[in-house]
Design a protein. Sequence first.
Lengths: 112, 111
Amino acid sequence: DAGITQSPRHKVTETGTPVTLRCHQTENHRYMYWYRQDPGHGLRLIHYSYGVKDTDKGEVSDGYSVSRSKTEDFLLTLESATSSQTSVYFCAINPGTSYEQYFGPGTRLTVT
Amino acid sequence: GQQVMQIPQYQHVQEGEDFTTYCNSSTTLSNIQWYKQRPGGHPVFLIQLVKSGEVKKQKRLTFQFGEAKKNSSLHITATQTTDEGTSFCAGAGGRDDKIIFGKGTRLHILP
């Protein structure tokens, strides 16, 4: 498996609180992605990054923001968590030379 | 916008039977990838297909990319319990060549 970790692995939070999820890679890959996975919806792209401080929105970006100040770290922030953001969040990386993505272990987030 | 559809959404098969999942895109793809996710795990990259009509094999798994580069299939010969999980296809295409994941096919193996 690619050197990619996510933290925390599990989190329970209350509606309205801010939450930050961290993705860390040791591969020095250029591209990083945040997905959410929900039953019946598969993997949906939230945001992605193509370099330090270079980010763009995916198909379900509302309510989420991201930051990438270092190559190895990509942060996903829920400014004010809602119950609809209860999901499993996966980070993925890609070297940029081909299309395959390597996924982290995921973070299970529950918003009560 | 670009859509990637996978069928079936769910299937159960007797151990030892063959299984096929199909992936169809609304637009021509530049390439397609297949991923496998075990229950409770994360998606794992299996293979990438790029050429029209391409066929690749990995042990009991056979992957095909259609001639028109709008569809693909994953065929598993003689399923085993270790094949349980969800298979995802992901296609890159459209003006911006973004990757879109299908919703996956969940396979359950009956002993």
